[in-house]
Design a binder for this molecule. Structure first.
Ligand code: C2E
Ligand code: MG
Ligand code: MG
Length: 743
């Protein structure tokens, strides 16, 4: 259990404190009671002693009264008078009468008679009596544990009033007298003794019974018995209270402290987030039971809320990490997975392949057939790709039509097998069902880091990108990254980017080459196609290297502007002969640029003397059909000829052809190749050509390299011709013109 803060105490500690305080209080109470009891006892004893003392005084007083009464009677006793008158018989009388006479009580131990001069009538029987009584005063004599009071009685002379006949001296055993004359109620009669150490004689006139006797008061209760009763009571109380306290302690522990502790434990585990903790079983104390039930209910609610939260979380996670269209993981998921994989693989060496997949011309398909078809295509591509991967390999959609897969524990062969499997599935899939007439093709770039070159792991995405770039450039379906690609690309890329930026910013390295487009009869050059090259020392950088860089850096429009400037310059410098013309290639970005007309103002100035042709590709037209149509319509009205370049290399959508603001169709080389493939292909091309011509378009065949093709394209009615056979592109228009016989 967690230790308590300094100023807090546990219930146990409180209970122990309560017990200790109770014991201390109990001891104090009992001690006080005991002390009071003792006090009361002492008070009672003192009261009893006083009563006994008073009683003793009273008893002495009674004895004195008895003696006075006796002395009165003796004063009147005839026999006694006779003895005083006739002392001769005294010894005899003394022996036979005095003590035997009923006259004397038993406490009178002896008597002697004295004549008026105080002389004893006969020598005393016991030495106690003096022979001469000088002063008839009372005298107390101690000895042998007795206290004898010599009590003188003056006997008056009955014949001579006022004269003394003599004296009688009584010996009174005082103790005996008291005992026989008095019944004690407060004094214990047996305890009455003559005090030891008294002087031999004492003045008998004023006797203090306290000085003379020692005694004990009657025991009303036995002091020891009272004490032991008090002690026994204290003990019983102690046991009772201790038992009671122990019982309270145990009950509190059992019914309050333990339940509270289990509740606290339960709450603690809940607080730590352990949702599956079992609640404590029922409690006897109703308040605690109510608390327990409330907690359990709260726990259930919490668990339900937790489960709901988990569910929502996983839903959110799912949403955040998945692409809703294809169901593949998204870029965020890729980045998280990739980073954690990199972290993991820092310690583990296994072969990893990164496969990048891109759907060729997806944008055009999307724009041509609509977004729904495009979405369906992406879903199918994702499905086929996922099926081609091993189970457990994740598929990511990085954006647009770009997919990626990270294949763990793989070799070049196993990844190649996956890529081929996928390509085969794509080629077999009936995309016609979606309404897509063109073949759907996919480019795949793969980069592999095996156990040996594990350090390349982090650059796999970039390498796969380069491999993809090579695949697209070489029109190969799959390319696996090779280091030279990286070197080429690295060297080229920085060199190319610099060259492109220089062309755009300064234009001094931009060299326009011109390739003649001649009339089918071979009579004249109709115009020259301006083709861009970049001068890099002795080397010329060709469009196949220029445009990937331009496109990747989204510099298409800027580069086109540089070309327009360069061609205008050549026109101004009259390098392009009047009567002919010039065609320039515009990228999709320029075609849809609202200010394209202004950009082309410098060329428009030559529209009177030259044929100015603007070459656009199907893709650029289809992607932004409306804006492109508007711009091109305007240009046509300003005297520009619009040519549709590369017809037959892409989609060649006849559907759009009718609505496109185009004057001239340029048959691509690939279409010319089809002329020779089979009779059927030739016929199709022928009919397309016928259709185009009949629709009022001019037909230009490009890529004519040999006589046979020249013949074929002439046969299908191409009115304009372009190709190495007729003229190669060169720095000066017409410089490379192959002088062919006129037709
Ligand atoms: P394109 O517009 O279809 O240009 C024709 C390409 O075919 C040129 O290649 C030309 O040299 C080549 N060619 C001409 N006759 C033959 C032939 O008989 N056989 C073969 N195999 N090829 C032939 P180039 O100059 O390498 O240009 C390639 C592409 O680069 C062009 O294709 C065009 O799309 C683009 N391009 C070139 N210059 C520019 C430019 O200034 N601006 C823009 N936006 N694109 C340009
Ligand atoms: Mg062209
Ligand atoms: Mg072309």
């Amino acid at each position: 259990m967690a230790s308590l803060p300094r100023n807090r105490f546990s219930l146990h500690q409180f209970l122990s404190l309560f017990l200790a305080a109770s014991v201390i209080l109990f001891i104090a109470l009992e001690s006080h009671l005991f002390y009071r009891l003792q006090e009361i006892q002492r008070g009672t004893e003192e009261r009893h002693l006083k009563l006994a003392r008073d009683e003793l005084s009273h008893a002495l007083h009674t004895v004195e009264n008895t003696l006075e009464e006796l002395s009165s009677r003796l004063q009147e006793w005839d026999e006694l008078h006779q003895q005083l008158d006739q002392p001769a018989y005294y010894p005899y009388w003394r022996e036979n009468r005095i003590l035997n006479s009923t006259f004397f009580p038993r406490f009178i131990t002896g008597m002697e008679l004295y004549d008026p001069s105080g002389k004893i009538l006969s020598p005393p029987l016991v030495p106690l009596f003096p022979t001469q009584l000088n002063d008839p005063r009372r005298l107390a004599v101690t000895g042998e544990g007795r206290l004898q009071l010599l009590y003188p009685i003056t006997v008056p002379d009955r014949s001579r009033p006022g004269r003394t006949a003599g004296y009688a001296l009584l010996a009174v055993d005082l103790l005996e007298a008291i005992r026989s004359r008095y019944i004690f109620t407060h004094l214990k009669a047996d305890s009455l003794r003559v005090r030891e150490g008294l002087p031999a004689t004492l003045d008998g006139e004023s006797l203090d019974p306290q000085e003379l006797f020692q005694f004990s008061p009657i025991d009303l209760g036995d002091r020891e018995a009272v004490t032991s009763l008090a002690l026994r009571n204290t003990l019983y109380h102690s046991l009772l209270i201790a038992g009671g306290l122990l019982l309270v302690y145990l009950l509190v522990i059992r019914f309050i402290s333990s339940p509270l502790r289990s509740l606290v434990r339960y709450l603690e585990t809940l607080r730590r987030g352990a949702m599956e903790e079992n609640p404590p079983s029922e409690f006897r104390v109703s308040e605690l039971e109510t608390l327990r039930k409330a907690l359990v209910e709260y726990h259930h609610q919490l668990r339900a809320a937790h489960a709901e939260l988990d569910h929502q979380n996983s839903r959110l996670w799912q949403l955040a990490h998945h692409d809703p269209l294809t169901g593949a993981c998204n870029r965020l998921a890729f980045e998280e997975d990739w980073n954690s994989l990199i972290g993991l693989l820092d310690h583990q060496r296994i072969g990893i392949a990164y496969m990048l997949v891109d759907c060729d011309h997806f944008k055009a398909i999307n724009d041509t057939y609509g977004h729904q078809t495009g979405d369906a295509l992406l879903r199918i591509v994702a499905q086929l790709l996922q099926r081609s991967l091993r189970s457990g390999d994740k598929l990511y959609r990085l954006g647009g039509d770009e997919f990626a897969a990270v294949i763990i524990n793989s070799t070049a062969d196993s990844v190649m097998a996956i890529a081929e499997r996928f390509q085969e599935r794509i080629s077999r899939y009936p995309f016609g069902q979606l309404g897509i007439d063109e073949p759907v093709t996919i480019s795949i770039g793969i980069a592999i880091a095996d156990e040996v070159d594990h350090h390349r792991l982090r650059s796999l995405p970039r390498d796969a990108d380069l491999a993809m770039y090579h695949a697209k450039r070489s029109r190969k379906a799959v390319e696996i990254f090779r280091p030279e690609m990286g070197q080429d690309a690295a060297i080229l890329s920085s060199r190319l980017v610099n060259a492109v930026l220089r062309a755009i910013n300064h234009g001094d390295n931009l060299e326009m080459h011109y390739q003649a487009v001649v009339s089918a009869d071979g009579n004249h050059t109709c115009f020259y196609e301006a083709l861009a090259r970049l001068r890099d020392g002795r080397e010329l950088i060709m469009p196949c290297d220029i445009f990937p860089v331009v496109t990747r850096h989204r510099l298409d429009a800027a580069f086109d502007h540089a070309v327009i400037r360069a061609v205008s310059r050549d026109l101004i410098e009259e390098r392009i002969p009047a009567g002919s013309g010039v065609s320039i290639n515009l990228s999709a970005a320029s075609v849809i640029e609202p200010s394209i007309e202004e950009r082309l103002v410098s060329l428009r100035a030559f529209a009177g003397s030259h044929r100015i042709v603007i070459e656009v590709t199907e893709g650029s037209l289809i992607s932004h059909l409306e804006q492109a149509n508007r711009n091109l319509d305007n240009l046509r009205r300003r005297g520009f000829t619009i040519a549709l370049d590369d017809f037959g290399s892409g989609y060649s959508s006849i559907r759009y052809l009718a609505s496109m603001p185009v004057d001239l169709i340029k048959f691509d080389i690939t279409l010319l190749q089809a002329l020779r493939e089979s009779e059927r292909s030739r016929r199709i091309v022928e009919h397309v050509a016928l259709m185009i011509r009949e629709a009022g378009f001019e037909l230009l065949a490009e890529g004519i390299e040999d006589e046979e093709t020249l013949q074929l394209v002439t046969n299908i009615g191409a009115t304009l011709l372009q190709g190495y056979l007729l003229a190669r592109p060169g720095p000066m228009p017409g410089s490379e013109l192959n002088h062919r016989p006129k037709r």
